[in-house]
Design a protein around this ligand. Structure first.
Ligand SMILES: [Zn+2]
Length: 191
């Protein structure tokens, strides 16, 4: 697969940090590289330090991406590039509520295939951003898992912030975040 067949198709890739969400998103887009299907990858501008033009994953695969402030920029880009059939969106949790109407427009009105990777839960296990609002519309929802950073054994579903502020959004990698399985998460909450 595939360009969405002009009929619209929505794929959501979720999971905690370090589960390979961006890697999977890039892998899916790479399968189009030898075809004539035009695709584009977007990522949100969340921090000027990270405002380069590549999505770089923890395992160092990368793909060039358009950095945007707002999900509405995706509609503008596609309007100017109508040949685009497949749209990848990384770090979907950082977009505002307009993401929901933008995705519905792309998939249901314009018949695009949209692949979006996102954290669905923040570091306090609360719904993160607006991708959770898109789950009912997904044709495919793949949930990736990481291995627990604490017991190094069980599958992790929780993202844990180990340093930094209490703001919902704080950009970081292994310096600031770990992932936890249910057992380790529960133990941590007791403390
Ligand atoms: Zn564990």
């Amino acid at each position: 697969m595939f360009d969405g067949g002009g009929n619209g198709w929505l794929e959501i890739i979720s999971g905690p940090m370090f589960a390979g969400k961006s890697t999977e998103l890039i892998r899916r887009l790479r399968t189009l590289e030898h075809t004539k299907i035009d695709f584009v990858l977007f990522k949100p501008k969340i921090d000027s330090r990270y405002a380069d033009n590549d999505v770089v994953t923890h395992d160092n695969s990368s793909m060039s991406a358009k950095v945007i402030d707002n999900a509405l920029d995706i509609l503008n880009f596609v309007r100017n590039n109508p040949n685009i059939k497949v749209i990848g969106i990384d770090e979907g949790q950082f977009f505002g509520i307009e993401l929901v109407s933008v995705i519905k427009e792309l998939v249901f009105q314009q018949g695009k295939r949209v692949i979006i990777s996102a954290l669905l839960l923040d570091y306090q296990d609360n719904p993160f951003g607006y991708v959770p609002h898109l789950l009912p519309y997904a044709n495919e929802h793949i949930i990736l898992h990481a291995v627990c950073s604490f017991c190094n054994e069980k599958l992790a579903t929780h993202t844990v912030r180990i340093s930094g502020s209490e703001a919902q959004i704080e950009v970081g990698g292994i310096d600031k975040y770990k992932v936890a399985c249910n057992d380790c998460w529960r133990e941590m909450k007791k403390k």
